[in-house]
Design a protein around this ligand. Structure first.
Ligand SMILES: Cc1cc2nc3c(=O)[nH]c(=O)nc-3n(C[C@H](O)[C@H](O)[C@H](O)COP(=O)(O)OP(=O)(O)OC[C@H]3O[C@@H](n4cnc5c(N)ncnc54)[C@H](O)[C@@H]3O)c2cc1C
Length: 407
């Protein structure tokens, strides 16, 4: 097939790689002139690692990233709020913290030379029935057998799929950047520090990238998007004092923060729930199909799973009219459970709701320890929850790889 992909983020990169390897003729249209990673780092879950295994890129990712075995969050007074270990699900299981640039380069280096990459080519509109698209310079491209909208959470192209159930920005966002890990003692733990629901700091080990051998942490600071400018005006010294007061043990790590506030990336999120994932010859993958807050750390993983499910649907059903419903059916149960969890959980960690935060502080850990709910919490956090009570199977090949890597 002749396939167009709009967007060269994790979803577009993975889809272009998988589809080109199956012999499809792929053209990518990316808005920016020099694509690269946006933001700092992310947590790859067992689900996403399974896709990298399929792409034969898992060993390279394991060389670069940092295995994350524990997810831990507490308050300044030492009270634990979250404490989970992947090994409680399966011995040897872990997440993998990675720098965004490391994953971008891995996928980019593995691309097929036959894939045509059009950079500085924002797609302005799509005609789903005809499989044609128009770029911002007014040029028409196609017809294609399939057009894939992989243009991220602010997708313009999802409108062509028809009315949506939900599409709204979340009032809270984040500032994030990479920091040298130095002597930070929690080399295999995601650590978070909270005060109420209004303050949250995250430090995630994300390993290294390219020629730089030094390990890094991905730093995350939560704040309302309407407060970005006021934060900048308050000045870095005020902010540093607040950070040190909230998390004195991390003071040395915070010394690595940039002097210029412009060097911290700003992130805003959106909740988008589609009624239809496909229409005519158009389908959506990644955040374009299901933008959500990053509280559960699943977006990149979902993007990779979407790309794999789309490839498999095209293998199983040679006709687009049958392949696209098959793709959507395969992904819906998994995605919708995370849409639900993320809408429930995000206000517990990023909102103005002090009363909810007090309840969280009292109940989150004890509830997650109850028999039954322990396994459920672990499977939600590790990305394998499917529907209300189901679980995705963890690829046995992945467990063998992880075991080998740990030796
Ligand atoms: C602070 C933060 C922390 C996160 N942490 C995690 C985590 O730990 N684990 C995890 O799995 N996920 C995490 N996520 C979520 C994750 O980053 C996203 O879900 C993921 O990047 C989505 O990938 P994508 O390819 O769908 O979209 P994107 O990465 O946004 O890529 C979209 C691409 O499309 C391009 N584009 C946009 N419009 C057009 C157009 N009109 N024409 C052509 N190209 C276009 C953009 O330039 C971009 O290159 C986090 C997100 C944030 C904000």
């Amino acid at each position: 097939m002749h396939i167009a992909i709009a967007g060269y983020g994790s979803a577009g990169q993975a889809a272009s790689l998988l589809l080109a390897r199956d012999g499809h003729r792929v053209e990518v249209f990316e808005r920016v002139a020099a694509p690269g990673p946006v933001g700092a780092g992310f947590l790859l879950q067992p689900t996403g690692m399974g896709v990298l295994l399929e792409l034969e890129l898992l060993d390279a990712a394991l060389q670069l990233g940092a295995p994350v075995r524990r997810l831990f969050g507490d308050l300044p007074n030492g009270r634990r709020i979250m404490d989970m270990r992947y090994a409680e699900l399966q011995p040897d299981l872990c997440g993998l913290g990675m720098q965004r640039g490391a994953l971008f380069q891995l996928l980019h280096a593995a691309r097929s030379t036959a894939t045509q990459l059009h950079f500085d080519a924002p797609v302005q509109s799509v005609e789903p029935e005809l499989g044609r698209l128009t770029t911002a310079d007014g040029r028409q491209h196609g017809p294609f057998d399939l057009v894939i909208a992989a243009d991220g959470s602010g997708s313009q192209l999802r409108d062509a799929l028809g009315p949506q159930r939900l599409n709204r920005p979340y009032p809270w966002g984040a500032l994030w950047c990479l920091l040298p890990a130095g002597d930070w003692p929690y080399a295999d733990e995601l650590r978070q520090r909270y005060r109420g629901a209004r303050r949250m700091i995250g430090l995630l080990p994300v390993g290294r990238r390219g020629a730089d051998p030094s390990p890094h942490l991905s730093f995350f600071w939560s704040l309302p998007t309407s407060d970005f400018d006021a934060w900048r005006e308050r000045g870095m010294d005020t902010w540093r004092s607040e950070l040190a007061e909230l998390w004195p043990e991390a003071r040395e790590v915070f010394d690595g923060l940039p002097a210029d506030p412009a060097d911290l990336a700003r992130a805003s999120y959106r909740d988008a729930v589609l009624k239809r994932w496909h229409h005519g010859r158009l389908c959506a993958i990644g955040d374009a199909a299901h933008a959500m807050s990053p509280q559960l750390g699943q977006g990149v993983n979902m993007a990779l799973l979407d790309a794999l499910a789309l490839r498999d649907a095209l293998r199983a059903e040679p006709k687009i009219e049958a392949a696209l419903p098959r793709y959507a059916a395969e992904r819906r149960a998994h995605v919708s459970s995370y849409q639900l969890w993320s809408r429930w959980l995000t206000p517990l960690f990023q909102s103005d709701h002090d009363a909810i935060a007090r309840l969280r502080d009292l109940l989150f850990l004890p509830l997650s320890r109850l028999p039954g709910s322990r396994g459920q919490s672990l499977s939600v956090l590790s990305g394998i929850q499917q529907g209300l009570f189901g679980r995705r199977r963890i690829n046995p090949g992945l467990l063998q790889h992880l075991e080998r890597h740990q030796r």
